[in-house]
Design a protein around this ligand. Structure first.
Ligand code: NZQ
Ligand code: ZN
Length: 385
């Protein structure tokens, strides 16, 4: 096992009716900005419930944060928060709202241009307003981690920043709030979580047995419960298990002390920039192709994954590896996600532009060993067609 430091300061309030505990988590007298998305929080009553729980606080609403939160939108929120002298931020939504709120929290007290905070993966962030999260879409893990992924369409970037100032003070996880998710978003959440686990598990062995068993447990849970959420969207136990799995999938626990990959995620951001694809859809397309091309470097873990997660224990090694990749692809498909670019409606891919974007963004040596070069990405992209 590799050396690691693990510190996660986010307090989790999990279960039914936990929104009513909000007030106790926010400093008395705080001026709170409640940030949310386009319409779901208002439409399904979560926003009202949050506002009722915050009775007595000075509250400013900031709605309209879109999927793949956009820099220009967030700049309006930053201006509003400064004008209202906000000193606490509360995100109500999925990964996009929470990530956008993290970025605003760091930008509000920052004297420079906000986009500078996203340079060098957020290394320059020195302070941020405190924030909390009420999660409505289990997927990103943002509610309990230190990452924010922001898009700036005008200059063709979607970037990740990681900084401990981004940890929410608390996360309210009420599974009943996820019953209104359309099947497509439920599926996106299951596949995104599955891939978060793969990015931290499917690399090379370092005797991180605790991490491996935790990861395999989460993968098995997603395979078991994910499809159930599509047929029984109101099943509380299914929603609760998926919600907790997605939080644990990317809160630092399973990735501590093991190598990590993240090439599919990074390349996926460029597919979102180019074609506007949902984050999880980029992963459902890229991951099977990437595993196929990179099978040699991931051989031991692919065999372990095949055996422990998919029960593939006999046959020649290459046959077992191919079967494990096929099972993964079929699982994404069974959740309703296309696993090819043509399935996403993209008939002709601009491979040159894709590679150019990767190079512009310095993504020329991705993966756990830095082995994913632009040439290899071209090969992977060809398999995604
Ligand atoms: O905007 P509204 O109307 O609220 O609708 C949203 C949005 O359209 C809807 N939604 C959310 N909760 C709902 C609901 N609809 C009905 N009922 C509910 N309870 O779902 C749509 C998608 O929401 P979004 O927040 O974009 O989804 P997700 O949570 O998948 O977040 C995706 C973003 O997170 C980033 C992605 O790159 C992408 O920008 N990620 C963040 C990570 C992190 N911070 O650690 C890691 C991830 O790998 C990921 O990259
Ligand atoms: Zn993801």
């Amino acid at each position: 096992m590799l050396n690691f430091t693990f510190h996660n300061p986010t307090k989790v309030l999990f279960g039914k009716c936990t929104i009513c505990q909000l007030a106790g988590e926010i400093p008395p007298g705080a001026r709170v900005m409640v940030a949310f998305g386009a319409e779901s929080a208002r439409k399904y009553g979560v926003l009202d419930e949050v506002l009722r729980a915050l009775a007595g606080f000075d509250v400013t609403e900031f709605g309209g944060i879109e999927a793949n939160p956009e820099y220009d939108t967030l700049c309006s929120g930053i201006a509003l928060a400064r004008e209202k002298k906000i000193d606490f931020l509360l995100a109500v939504g999925g990964g996009s709202v929470i990530d956008g709120t993290k970025f605003m929290a760091a930008a509000i007290p920052f004297a420079g241009e906000p986009y500078q905070l996203m340079e060098n993966k957020g290394a320059a962030i020195r302070q941020a307003l405190p924030l909390g999260a009420v999660l409505t879409l289990p997927a990103s893990g943002s509610e309990m981690n230190n990452r924010a992924i922001i898009s700036r369409r005008a200059v063709n970037w979607k970037r990740a920043a990681m900084n401990d100032w981004f940890f929410p003070r608390f996360a309210v996880l009420d599974p009943t709030k996820t019953c209104t998710l359309p099947p497509m978003q439920t599926a996106n959440g299951v596949v995104d979580t599955f891939v978060h686990v793969l990015e931290q598990y499917l690399t090379y062995p370092v005797q991180g047995k605790v991490q491996d068993r935790l990861a395999e447990g989460l993968l098995l849970l997603l395979i078991e419960e994910g499809p159930k959420a599509l047929v029984e969207p109101e099943n509380y136990d299914v929603r609760a298990n998926l919600m907790w799995a997605s939080t644990l999938g990317l809160n630092g626990l399973i990735g501590a002390g093991v190598p990590q990959d993240w090439a599919a995620h990074r390349a996926g951001y460029e597919l979102t920039v180019l074609y506007g694809l949902d984050h999880a859809r980029t992963l459902a397309v890229l991951v099977p192709a990437m595993l196929q091309v990179r099978a040699g470097g991931k051989k031991e873990k692919l065999l372990q994954y095949g055996e422990r997660v998919w029960g593939i224990s006999s046959g020649a090694e290459d046959v077992r590896i191919t079967a494990a990749i096929e099972k993964t692809k079929a699982f994404f498909g069974s959740m309703g996600l296309p696993t090819s670019l043509s399935g996403c409606g993209i008939e002709k891919v601009d491979a040159d532009r894709f590679i150019e974007l990767l190079e512009e963004h310095g993504l020329t040596a991705m993966g756990e060993r830095g082995e994913v070069t632009p040439a290899m990405m071209r090969e992977i992209l060809a398999l995604c067609a």
